[in-house]
Design a binder for this molecule. Sequence first.
Ligand code: ACO
Length: 374
Amino acid sequence: MAVSLGLEDVFIKYTGLTFIDGNAGVLRYRGYDINDLVQNTGFEEVCYLMTNGELPNSQQLAEFKKSVKEHYKLPDHVMELISDLPREADTLTMMETAFASLSSGDYQWNKENDRKQVPKILGENLGIISNIYRHKMGMGLQNPDPKYDYAEAFLRNCFGNADEKKISAMNAALVIYVDHEVPASTTAALVASSTLSDMYSCITAATAALKGPLHGGAAEAAYKQLLDIGNVDNVENWFKTNILDGKRRLMGFGHRVYRTYDPRMKIFKKLATTLEQTDEQKKLFEIAVKLEELGVKEFGGKGIYPNTDYYSGIVFNEIGFPIYMFTTLFGFSRVLGWLSHITEYVEEEERLIRPRAVYTGPDKRDFVKMQDRK
Ligand code: ACO
């Protein structure tokens, strides 16, 4: 019996959400190219597109934004819970805890009702992630201001202000990370949703899977790599010692699906230069460009190219976020992808995900009583 370890190349659902061509480096949401969406839309437009299948007209967009803003305010028990968590706790652990606590509300999964929950959960998501940042920074918790759209309200709740370039970069990052078919976190959400668990619990399951360094943690690892190199003159030596001779993996390189440049990486690389850079950030960017050259020269022939996480940490840091927020910012956007996939799955396929395992343990044995055991 063939076992597919890692479910590699196993197709687990049909989807009208996201298309990836890993050889050509193409990513589309509902048929729209990621580059067009980043250039022309804001996060809420993409939320509407993913949830409803079409881009909204201006009235639909205004109504959608309003319904998200109505839920920027978090229930008091969630605010209290976040502020009670130890400040040194991992930000994704805080995210899991906050979403799990919302599942204690009265909402039960109901497939006629599920899409109506999306704006509410997106609003709560903004309150949760911005307050995780505030808590980590030792600031008092506060609800986001519904005067502002999603990206701006988020930055303002984190930093107290937001300029146009940063809002635009935050919007782009949110759009870029929305969905990527069925990686580990989305699969975890699907497994939970296939049992008809509630949507908050599905997000908690997905966040647990995102947390691991083989999935969401690569942006942090790629950024730390640049810090470790420290200076552009050290790139060649570092690459030879650590990657070529040390046989370490180049973080932010390689992808299970892409065999060429990840289209999202190209957008992040450009964004990194449109934002203002401190001398330190300029230096890290130069290191990254030089390292990219060496990496592509060495590994490009094997189809290993920089992925979305290679430059995203630089962009998040230029927006103002410390390393410990990078993976959580990925999750902040991906909540929409998880919601889109679970609603699509439950509405259209509704089949319990329950795979099998091939048994390799001992044959039937006689039971040994306690006194007879060695
Ligand atoms: N650096 C050096 N060599 C690599 C890298 C890398 N980043 N990635 C893959 N390889 C090599 C492997 O050593 C292996 O070589 P071999 O055949 O000589 O043994 C070959 O490429 C295939 O590697 P696999 O791990 O089997 O390929 P897989 O498709 O499973 O890898 C993965 C995908 C896990 C992303 C891998 O490329 C990796 O570990 N990259 C670094 C971590 C990273 O950047 N992750 C972010 C992914 S994007 C995201 O999650 C949003």
